[in-house]
Design a protein around this ligand. Sequence first.
Ligand code: ADP
Length: 489
Amino acid sequence: MILIVDDQVENIYSLNKLLKSWDFEVDTAQSGEEALKKVLKNDYALIILDVQMPGIDGFEVAETLSGYSKTKEIPIIFLTAVNTDKKFITKGYASGGIDYITKPVDPDILILKVRTFYRLYEQTVALNDSKEILKLEIEARKKAQQDLNDKVEHLHTTLESLPQIAFRADAFGNVFFVNKNWFDYSTDPAIYPEVHPDDITMEAVWEDCMQHLQPQEVELRIRELRSGAFRFHLLRIIPVKGEGGIKSWVGTFTDIDDQKQEERKKDEFLSIASHELKTPLTSIKAYIQLIERMEHKQPESKVATYIHRAHDQVSKLDGLINDLLDVSKIENGKLKINKKPFDMEKLIASVVETIQYTSAQPALRIERQGPLITGEIYGDAFRIEQILINFFTNAIKYSPGAEKIVLHTAKENDHIYIGVQDFGIGIPDHKKKNVFTKFYRVEESSVQFQGLGIGLYICAEIIKQHQGNYGVESTLGEGTTFYFTLPIS
Ligand code: ADP
C-alpha cells in the first residue's frame, strides 16, 4: 500500500486517482502527525511525502521514520517546490530508497518512480523474508547439532559406566570410541582385542554385520593383557540407524568366561554321571528279564506284577539316562545321525501303536489329519521316532484328562510336515521361544508335571541335523501343536 501525505486535499485527490488507475492500493494523510500515526500502525510499501506542510513538515517526518526499525526501510518520494528543497533531501534518511519529484507533478515521471520503488520494496521484503528463514534455519541447525553433541556425550558417558568393554564404530566397522575397559584387552583404541585362533575372527563378524545390517551376537575368546589368558566373551554389535541407512555401530564384549567354565563342568558331570548310571542299570535290566522269564509260568502271581512294575520303572530310568547322554553328545558335537531311506508311514504307525499301548490314559484317541506320506524319506528313522515319541508323550503329559490328540501330516514339493496337536494346558506366548532350549521348563507347570526339560532340546538338535524346521503354536488353556518339517530329498 502507498501512503500519500499532503496538506492540500486537491493534491491528494489527483495523486490518489492517478495511482489507483495503475492498480496501486492507496492510503492518505493530511499532515505530518497523521502520517506518523498511520505509518506506525500500518505497513506501507512507499510514502509520497509533501515537504511543505504546516506543523511537522516532510523532512521531519522522514527523520522520525529513520529512527524506527519498522519504518526506516520504507522508500520515500518527496514532493518539493522547484529547486528550493532539493539540497535538504538526502540528509537524515538512512535507507537508499529516497527520491524527489518537483511540483507540479508530472504523472509519467511519478508513476515511473513509484513503480521502481514499489519493486524495490517488494524485493527488500522478499530478501528480508529469506534472511529470516535462513536465520531460523541456521538456528535450528545449531540447535540440532547441539542436541546431537549432547546425545553423543550422554551415550559415551553411559558406555563408560558399563562393566563391559564397549566401543563405537563407523558404518564400515572402524572403531572411533572405546571405553576404559577396552584397555584391559588392547593397547590401542583402533586395534581389536586378540581373538583365539579357533574362534570367529573380527573380520568375519564385521562381514556378517555388513551383509545382514542386523544386530549380531557371537561368542568368542579374547586375550586379557594382564593374565595373557583367553576369556570367553559375548560380543554384541548393534546398528545405529539414521536417515539413509546405518550411521554407526555400538558394540559390547561381555565377559562370560566364569559362566562358560561352570557350564563346562556341569556338562562334564552330566556326561560322567549318565555313563556311570548306565552300566549298573543295564545289569539291573538284564536281571529283571531273567527273573521275568523264571516267573513266566505263573503270570498272575504278585511277584510277576511287581517285576512288571520294576521293569516299567527301569525303562523310564533308561529313557532319562539316554536323554542325558544325548545332551552330553550334543554338547560335544557327537550326536550321530545315520541317514538312510525309510518309510515314514510305517514309523508313524509304530509310534502311534506304542503310545496307545503304553499310555496311562486308555480312553485317549489319536486322530489323524492329512495325507499319507508315501515314498521314502531320507533320515535317521530311530531319531525321527524319538522326536515323535517325545511330542506325543508331552502332548499326553501336558493335557491331563483330554480325550484326543491329533496327528497332522502334510506333503509339499520339497518337504513333509508332521505336527502333534493336543488340547491341554498350552504355553504362555512369551515362553514359547524358550521351550526348545536346554533344561528349560515352563515355570507355571513345572511343579505339577515332572520332567528334565531336555526332550525338546534333543528334538530340535535332531531336526537341525536333518536340515528341517521345527516350531510350536499354542494358546494358553486351549492346547499346543509341536511340529517339524523334513526335506524330502
Ligand atoms: P519336559 O517335558 O521333560 O519338562 P521338554 O523339553 O519335553 O521337557 O519340554 C520343555 C517344556 O516345554 C516343558 O517343561 C513344558 O513346560 C513345555 N511343554 C512341552 N510340551 C508341552 C505341551 N504339549 N503342552 C504344554 N507345555 C509343553
